[in-house]
Unconditional design. Sequence first.
Lengths: 148, 847
Amino acid sequence: MDLTSEVSLLAQAPMFREVEAARLKLMAFASQRLRFDEGDVLFSQGDEADAAYMLVEGGADVLVEGVAGPLLAARIGPGSILGEMAVLCNARRSATVVARGQVVALRIPAEVFCRMLRENPDMALAVMRDLAARLERTTSQLAGHARP
Amino acid sequence: MDLDLSRFVWRNSRARQLFLMLCAVLSWPLAYASYGLVKLIVDDSLLRGAFPPGVTTAAALKLAVVLPPPLDRDWTLFDGIAQGPLGYLLVLVGALLVLVLGVALLRFILLAGKAATGERLLTRLRLSLADRLLRLAPDLAAGPQAAEAALAIKTETEALAPALRDAFALPLLLGGQAAVALLFIVLHSAWLGLLAAAAVAAQLIVVPRLREREARLERRAQKTARRLGARLLRLAQRLPLVQAHGTGARERTEWASQVTDVSADARRLARCQAGRDGLADLLQRVVPVLFLGVGGVAVLNASLSLGGLIAALMAFRDLPRAVRSLVEWDAGRPAATARYADLLRRFGQDRLLPAPPARLPDPPGEDQLVFSRAALRDGRGQTVLDGIDLVVPLPSHVALLGPRDGVASALARVLGRRSRLSGGQVRFGARDLADLSPEDTGRWLVYAGSESGLIEATLRDNVLYGVATPVGDDEVIAALDAAGLDEDVYRFGLAGRIDPATDTALAERVVAARRHVRRALDAAGLSGAIEPLDPLRYLQNASIGENILFGRPVGDTFGIANLIGNPFVRATLEAEGLTEPLVEIGYRFAGLLVEIFVGIRPGDPLFARLSAISPDEMPRYRDLVARWRRARPGAEAVVDRERLLQLAIAYVEPRHRLDLMTPELQDKLLRARATFNRLLPASLRPAVAFYDTDRVCPAASLQDNLLFGHLVADVPQAEERVGAVLRQTIARAGWARDIYRIGLDQEVGPETGLLNARQSAAVAIARCLVKKPAILVLDHALAAWPERDRRAVMDRIRQHQAGRSLIAVVETPEEATGFANLSTIEGGRLEALDVDAARPRAAAYGS
């Protein structure tokens, strides 16, 4: 797996679809490729957010601390972008992400990610759209819970 | 210091000035005698005055003192040398030559001597001004005036150099020269004397006026030129307007009149300068003609000999130039005097601290610190302290709450000698604070404000700045630890280097520790986080260049910038068939960098962090990549290949991820590594520190030497986790102190940019702590720390200063948590605050 394939994987993500190939390459180049083993933690809930990640190989579990212990919020696979919201909001991590099997991930440093947003209005728009969709999903989930 | 320039020169170089003046005075009779000899040569030798018909020998150079008629006496000093006409002439000419050479020698001694004296005076002046700079009053020392004054010590004194050189001897030389010439002429013919005096007078009157006019014109010309420049700029700015409205002709007319003005001024100025030069020239040419007329008449009626006329002409030759130089010297004097006075005013007594009193052997009692009726006004005359009375029992730790420019801070600044009381006094034990020398307060009563002040030196020397007694590293480290800089010192230590030649014991321990470190990493599950330096394996996480060298460059020979240019390296690459593959890697790498750095500004931090090509090299690589595939062999191609090879050696596969490393290529590089090591000429061996399991690599950091491997790029948080393991191992082995000691050797001056504001402030505090002062004054000294960290640092400082006094002016009650009491100053009195009661207010600060 080299830079070119990382870039083509990045290009498939909706938020990067409109970004110039050279800029995506720069982002990938400025990122670090990391290898995680089964059960390794990519980041933990409550951590400061210093980077966003893209899964290149393997899958991961997104866990949220609940009253009765961690709840599995999502299972994600290659090509998923994660941790970008906390970077965006300069907030702490809202979930813990654990590697399922062997995982290769691209660690995109926060300042690089934010710079991409600043330089690419289309990307910012896509991120906003994604954020809005998630908010709506959460709202409807909450509404579902509220109903007896 | 003398306020008058001449007096300063005289006092500081009296003996030299007297010697130089003696040279000037000695030259007078010689010059006079030389004119006399000319007269003798003409009258006695050429016109045969000494050889009347029948006389064949005469005494040349007969010296006699003849008193005029009423006394009518004469003494013969020298009987002369009896010679025939030819010998007589030769003796006289020889004597003239000796006299002229004598005058020239004296002039040379004088000119060289005055230059040397001038330089000495300049040094003296600069030294005493620098002394005064160090004593500049605290309120000025912090402001821009100090920098201006410091700059003036260089620039202004330079401008004073001619005045320092020419203060006494030069006018004496020039004036004497003119006077001797004039005297000779007057004594030989009153009429000629009158003529010469008139020429001198004309110069004395006209030259100063011309100079004055010249200076005026010069000032005006400068002003006009500046105005013209500004107009031109404005014209350029409104060019679109001019073109839109077709006002070119109008602008041109206006412009033409301006330019004409300037050139008229320049013409006048040139005329003035030419006039000044011309006058001296004119006098030198015209007056001799008049001399011939007037003197010729005198010769005809025998009141003047022909020799006298010719000698007078020669004397006059020296006159105008000497007078002109004298007038110019005189004209430059007022400006130099004013400049000197102005320079001294910058360092006037009113701006200086009083001369320091003598040092005391011991602190002047430590029972209490008393402010009585202490008054202070700020730079604008506003009252800051209004007759404060305050008693601080010693030793104690006192926290004062107040803003940065508040009353408490003002008190602290008074203690730290940053401000001088305008009334009242502060007593430290039995002594008035004002009576203590800065050296003493520097030892016993130390102040740290929010400014830092690093010097160009190592961390150790920064902490020990101003410490008179010998202090060991342990105390320096303890002080830095209390100021919260221990982590950084440790980090510097790990990044520092050890020299196996001088630090043999530590070097041996480092080599032995490599095994322990590896075992500890294995135990922590981090065996995969470090790629060991194995001579037989390709280092994935190192650059291609490092893989070939398998060591670190010492000096520039094999530095990354020179590696490819080195013939031995190139021969090695060629021998292993690596040149072509590496050129290809360089091309692919260049292609990527050129592509992704399009449109990135040269100053962008991404460049420094990521690009193997510097911003100014980028355009060249861009062209190179564009033409490479269709390149023809030639000089350009040779340079291009070099550039690509240069880039290739910086390539690290897991970091740059272009998938360019094949097993075959790695084998070739390993062979190149072996060849390089085996065939490296003895003369080049000192330029590489090879990695060696049994030896310390002096060109690598201590950390690299301990890990003896590279961090693996794709292991998450490898640096932090490995760092923690390393630290534990070092602590267990009990040589943390060595690490700190090496850390203290780190250069941290302001130019290194290594320390941020907090770290610099910590150094400033450590510098105070290490002196173990009787009283430590902290005036918002923790301002550079985040609010949440301040309390912990303050606690450590208090521990270090235990048993001695601490007066801390703090911004929030939170910082004062550990203190027994917290006070504020209200209406000139100390008001105790309840720390606990004050703390909820701290929460309101949003800490």
